[in-house]
Design a protein around this ligand. Structure first.
Ligand code: HEC
Length: 135
């Protein structure tokens, strides 16, 4: 019986450590990476002035509140975010493929919303074309 008691204690401890690890992995957000398969998806729009203008309009409406006018992550809602919205002018964002950015915008990741239902495919490419001007 004594034997069983110790095992129970050990089990409880292992469970506690496991819970803490699981919890902290939720609290400390891992870097956001699009799956490698997303890279093969190519933009379906030409990156010309009218595309960029359309993308800018969509950006102002849907993205600027968090990401800021120039993509610096300093929009008016950014102070309420648990996780910084990042800085689109940096190479860490600009070096990602159009397909990877498309995947992230479509999927979202809390607190960033998914735009699957709000933007159609063409609109997502237009926003990306505008994002490319934020350097
Ligand atoms: C409610 C605030 C909010 C809105 C609105 C929002 N985002 Fe975000 N976005 C975030 C946050 C926060 C992150 C960082 C998420 C993370 O790292 O997990 C992010 C990350 C991103 C990233 C990844 C950047 C990188 O370097 O990997 C892209 C791309 C992006 N957003 C595009 C957009 C676009 C385009 C829109 C509008 C259509 C938009 N977001 C709207 C909050 C927002």
């Amino acid at each position: 019986m004594e034997h069983l008691k110790i095992n129970k204690k050990a089990f409880t401890m292992v469970l506690a450590v496991f819970s803490i690890l699981t919890l902290s992995s939720f609290l400390i957000q891992q870097p956001w990476k699009a799956p490698a398969t997303a890279d093969s998806k190519k933009s379906a729009v030409a990156s010309d002035a009218s595309t960029i203008a359309a993308g800018k309009e969509l950006y102002i409406k849907h993205c600027q509140s968090c990401h800021g006018k120039k993509g610096k992550g300093d929009g008016p809602s950014s102070k309420d975010l648990d996780i910084p919205a990042g800085d689109f002018t940096k190479a860490s964002t600009q070096s990602q493929s159009d397909g990877a950015l498309n995947w992230k915008i479509t999927e979202g990741r809390k607190p960033m919303p998914s735009f699957k239902k709000k933007l159609n495919e063409t609109q997502v490419w237009q926003v990306i074309a505008f994002m490319r001007t934020l350097k």
